[in-house]
Ligand binder design. Structure first.
Ligand SMILES: O=C(O)CCC(=O)C(=O)O
Ligand SMILES: [Fe+2]
Length: 540
């Protein structure tokens, strides 16, 4: 087969990825900040290297000038020149010791010293890996899909009509296409290669070869099932490079494929030979995914009759202190109840918590429902750290506050989990509680299931990043200092399936949250349990 060259690329990269997995930076925006320090150092090194090279070239030019001068003088009259013993001596000298110096200058490899320094630097500073590049590219395609961003606007640096950054070059688009290709995502390969092609046509100084674009475009088009177009693109590639061996092989292959499908049709099969563009595009549970994305885009809101029943209230739970300074609570949904508490984390607390968490950030994990093991997953792109009450007064204060807000004990609650999302960071729909079939989850804690969640928003998010509840059509938009609160379990202890929720991809800005997960044990007299079970279609 003729496609092995391109496939070989992806093999090389997958090996590369696994080598560098542990030091990824794309999963938390906080880590990306450090890349700018790295870039500053690189620019500085490059400037110094250029200066040193310029100095070397300057010296070589000086030598060349002297050689020219002397040589020109000599050839005016060679006999006279060499008859002079001083000239004869300087000629010999120029071609012996002097020339050694020229050769030595010519062969001095200044770059080694600079590259060695860089190697040392790489050991201590954050550097993105191929895995980061791939993660960032995947994030862009996720944002593209979730927020329906068209490829050309994205390439112009626009997010939902807001211009944030410089335009992408044809080579940038090509690289996005190549990353999609390496992931076997031929749909986005096509989108980005087409964009690369369009941008290339407008570039004065071409940043990528058209033939390379055409090769990826043709092959991804074939993979998407459109053989006639794949053949057409291959012919265009052959117009540029008539002897391109892979393209020649692919041309024959595509022609054979077309002939086969034509014969198939003649034999009386009435199946259309037109293969849909998106034949191989796998869309998981299309309806649910579409509904989730609509919520993320803010296109779905609660029906007016439901909205009309929602109130804002002051909450004090008969606590004397809270009677003086009650919580301001907004109902976001009723049955299941979702509450938003306003002004429950100060800027000062937020900054302190971020500082405490950052050095301990690890890629956030999810629990494998079969094995109970914690593992990293593509559907949760963030970094997190756990903070204990005794580590800082503020952490203890927050725990007490959560207890005041919920009327529940924190004796069995988990530590505070602080989270920062990465590029396009998200957490796909999930339950915070362990379902009936996840017998081992939380077993080691011995504190029962996660009865309730308090989710603090520690930043505003410019665009995207909502917390959405697809089953009840509700989206909560991050507002710094507020917190969302809901019960995951019914009073019977059954999981409330309607609390399934997700963190939408962050489109612009950096999203910080923290979770306080409250457990069942100890709440027996604080939240009355009942024997009455809810209908089975809303439990999990
Ligand atoms: O960040 C969010 O909006 C939700 C986070 C979440 O659901 C979780 O961490 O379990
Ligand atoms: Fe959650």
């Amino acid at each position: 087969m003729e496609f092995n060259m391109i496939i070989y690329h992806s093999l090389v990269f997958s090996v590369f990825f696994t080598t560098f997995v542990s030091c990824e930076v794309f999963t938390a925006l906080a880590d990306l900040e450090e890349l700018l320090h790295t870039e500053g150092y690189l620019i500085n090194t490059l400037d110094n290297y250029i200066k040193a090279e310029e100095q070397r070239i300057y010296l070589l030019k000086r030598y060349a000038e002297i050689y020219h001068q002397q040589h020109n003088k000599a050839i005016e009259d060679v006999q006279v020149y060499i008859a002079n013993p001083i000239n004869a001596y300087t000629l010999v000298k120029r071609l012996s010791t002097d020339w050694h110096q020229v050769e030595s200058l010519m062969s001095t490899d200044i770059s080694k010293e600079y590259l060695n320094n860089l190697t040392l630097y790489k050991e201590t500073m954050k550097f993105p890996t191929e895995e980061d590049l791939n993660g960032a590219a995947v994030a862009l395609t996720r944002l593209q899909d979730t927020y329906r961003l068209d490829t050309s606007s994205l390439a112009r640096g626009e997010l939902n009509g807001v211009k944030y950054s410089a335009e992408l070059s044809a080579a940038d688009c090509f690289e996005l296409g190549r990353q999609s290709y390496n992931n076997g995502d031929y749909y986005h390969t096509q989108l980005w290669m087409r964009e690369a092609d369009e941008r290339l046509a407008k570039e004065k100084n071409n940043t990528v070869d058209k033939s390379e674009i055409l090769e990826y475009l043709a092959f991804s088009t074939y993979k998407q099932g459109n053989v006639p177009l794949a053949l057409d693109l291959t012919m265009k590639l052959l117009e540029i490079l008539p002897t391109h061996s892979r393209a020649l092989g692919n041309k024959v292959y595509y022609e054979e494929e077309l002939l086969k499908s034509l014969n198939y049709k003649r034999k009386g099969d009435d199946e259309s030979d037109e293969v849909p563009d998106d034949k191989l595009l796998v869309v998981p549970d299309t309806y649910a995914q579409e509904h989730y994305e609509q919520l993320c885009r803010g296109e779905v809101t609660l029906p007016e009759v439901k909205k009309a029943k929602l109130k804002c209230k002051y909450f004090h739970n008969n606590n004397p202190f809270l009677k003086i300074a009650p919580f301001k609570v907004e109902e976001a949904h009723l049955d299941p109840d979702l509450f938003i508490y306003h002004n429950v984390m100060s800027d000062n607390e937020i900054e302190t918590i971020k500082k405490l968490a950052y050095p301990r950030f690890r890629r956030a994990t999810v629990q494998n429902s079969l094995t109970g093991e914690l593992e990293i997953a593509k559907y949760r792109i963030s970094k997190s750290a756990w903070l204990k009450e005794h580590e800082h007064k503020y952490i203890a204060d927050i725990s007490q506050r959560v207890s005041d807000m919920t009327g529940l004990t924190m004796e069995t609650a988990e530590e505070l989990q602080v989270v920062n999302y990465g590029i396009g960071g998200h957490y796909e729909p999930h339950f915070d509680f362990a379902r009936r079939d996840e017998k081992n989850a939380f077993k080691s804690l011995g504190t029962g299931n996660r009865i309730a969640t308090v989710l603090f928003y520690m930043s505003n998010v410019e665009q995207g990043g909502a917390t959405v509840f697809p089953q009840i059509g509700t989206a909560l938009w991050p507002k710094k200092g507020t917190a969302a609160f809901w019960f995951n379990l019914f009073p019977s202890g059954d999981g409330d399936a309607r609390t399934r929720h997700a963190a939408c991809p962050v489109l612009a800005g950096s999203k910080w949250v923290s979770n306080k997960w409250i457990h069942e044990r100890g709440q027996e007299f604080l939240r009355k349990c009942t024997l009455e079970r809810p209908p089975s279609d809303i439990t999990a």
